[in-house]
Ligand binder design. Structure first.
Ligand code: ZN
Ligand code: ZN
Length: 84
């Protein structure tokens, strides 16, 4: 039995489950709603976020998204891709 802090209501609780995160079924339900499927801001794919504030489906998209948003300078290609 170990002590945990509920990730939803912040209350302390005890559980036999090493991975316990929520004090009750109701908090578990809240968590499910809170962390329901999100749309990736980079590729538009729906995914299940691990954090409430996550914006991207994967590390890859996260890296791309951040690059796009940040610099105004683009990477210039040395040669143009021929069309056709
Ligand atoms: Zn709770
Ligand atoms: Zn994505």
């Amino acid at each position: 039995m170990a002590n945990f802090v509920c990730q939803i209501c912040g209350r302390g609780f005890k559980s036999y489950n090493e991975n316990a995160k929520y004090c009750s079924q109701s908090c578990k339900g809240t968590a499910y709603i809170k962390y329901e499927l999100k749309k990736c801001e980079q590729c538009g794919k729906k995914y299940k976020p691990r954090k409430a504030d996550s914006k991207y489906c994967s590390l890859d998209c996260s890296n791309k998204g951040r690059k796009n948003r940040k610099g105004t300078c683009r990477v210039d290609l040395d040669e143009e891709i021929p069309s056709g």
